[in-house]
Design a protein around this ligand. Structure first.
Ligand SMILES: Nc1ncnc2c1ncn2[C@@H]1O[C@H](COP(=O)(O)OP(=O)(O)OP(=O)(O)O)[C@@H](O)[C@H]1O
Length: 359
């Protein structure tokens, strides 16, 4: 799959801008704040219908403008595919593929597989469990539409159960039968989601470890562990056992929305004991494993966005990463960097064609 060209209208700092891309490597270089990451984010938008960086949709519209349009022309399986994402203030976002608007955005997810590696990934290590669950969910969703639909349904039931708990507390009342209905639904969707997360992680962890080994030259031992209450317990029994706690808290304290991943280096949490370079290597290995996994599932080479990844990495590690991407197994690559010369020197070592875009 190749993104042939991209055009932006009123997207973040760009009024109107077009690119015709190289099929292999595209380097977007320029000073801080010039809009390099915004170009990558526009490409991300075309795959996921939203920004990787800014969850407030309207903030992606250029200041003092009324709308944005991001237009991408792709070839996939030898067919041309045109995807347009647009947003007008006060209206709903529209995603069109070949002129036809999607009813549900979730149907588009996975159509243009993409992996982004960015400094913002640090949130996966430093922030709470939500970001790590989002990561697992986004990898599985790109190759399994049913997973995403079960997840959406689970979250809806969860919100209803929480609202009911709040209502009971405010009105000093309780009805076990209504809670039971929600428990059954949460158990149905939650068990399926748990099984898929478990199966996914069993396949994913070895790939991740081998990616880390390649980046670090095999000198460090890392671990990724799936933490879930559901390993030892049936969700329905758990929900029943915790009902008094949930009533006191006014929300549901157990379920797959509490799952987490532990990231360790040499048997200690990487958040506390990993150096910045080790943390960055860990995140890159995680994302490259995501790439491998999506590719194996979909049979398509995802687009790979490398946002500002050379910072904080020593030459050895940069060399290892470049060696990895200098491989037929990778598809199209987009790299952003502040140092045009550094990027060009690194990219010259790769035996693939490339294009430099100076903003
Ligand atoms: N809605 C918007 N309207 C106008 N400008 C915006 C909007 N959103 C972001 N910007 C501008 O985009 C610029 C940031 O762009 P971006 O993050 O792509 O920079 P960058 O080239 O990647 O920089 P760095 O090298 O520092 O990472 C900032 O100048 C910011 O003010």
């Amino acid at each position: 799959m190749i993104l042939k060209s991209l055009s932006l209208l009123n997207y973040k700092n760009f009024d109107s801008k077009s690119f015709v891309f190289n099929d292999k490597i595209n380097c977007i270089v320029g000073n801080n704040g010039i809009g390099k990451t915004n170009v990558l984010d526009a490409i991300y938008h075309l795959s996921f219908g939203k920004s990787y960086f800014n969850p407030v949709a309207t903030q992606n519209i250029r200041h003092n403008e009324d709308f944005f349009v991001v237009n991408g022309d792709y070839t996939k399986n030898e067919k041309n595919e045109k995807v347009i994402v647009s947003l007008k203030r006060g209206q709903k976002k529209v995603i069109k593929r070949n002129g036809k608007a999607y009813d549900k955005f979730s149907e588009h997810i996975g159509f243009l597989p993409l992996v982004i590696i960015s400094p913002a990934d640090r949130d996966l290590i430093i922030e709470g469990s939500t970001t790590r669950r989002k990561f697992i969910d986004s990898v599985i969703s790109q190759s399994d539409q049913n997973y995403l639909s079960d997840l959406i349904k689970y979250n809806k039931v969860l919100a209803q159960r929480n609202a009911l708990l709040k209502y009971f507390a405010l009105n000093h009342t309780f009805n076990a039968d209504t809670i039971d209905v929600y428990n059954t639904q949460l158990t149905d969707y939650g068990s399926k989601i748990f099984k898929k997360r478990d199966t996914f992680l069993k396949a994913f962890i070895p790939i991740f470890k081998s990616r880390y080994e390649a980046i670090s030259n095999g000198n460090e031992v890392v671990e990724l562990v799936y933490d879930s209450h559901l390993f030892e317990n049936d969700l329905n029994l758990l929900l029943k056992a915790n009902i008094n706690k949930d009533r006191a808290l006014h929300y549901t304290s157990v379920g797959i929305h509490k799952d987490d991943l532990s990231f360790n280096i040499e048997n200690h949490p990487i958040k506390k004991f990993g150096s910045q370079g080790q943390q960055k290597s860990f995140l890159i290995a995680l994302k490259l494993a995501q790439f491998d996994f999506i590719k194996a599932q979909s049979g398509v080479n995802p687009i790979l966005l490398l946002d500002d990844i050379f910072d904080k990495l020593d030459e050895n590690r940069v060399g290892q990463i470049i060696k990895l991407v200098d491989d037929e197994n990778f598809g199209q690559l987009f790299i952003s960097d502040t140092h045009a010369e550094r990027t060009e020197n690194v990219i010259k070592q790769v035996h693939q064609s490339y294009e430099m875009f100076k903003l």
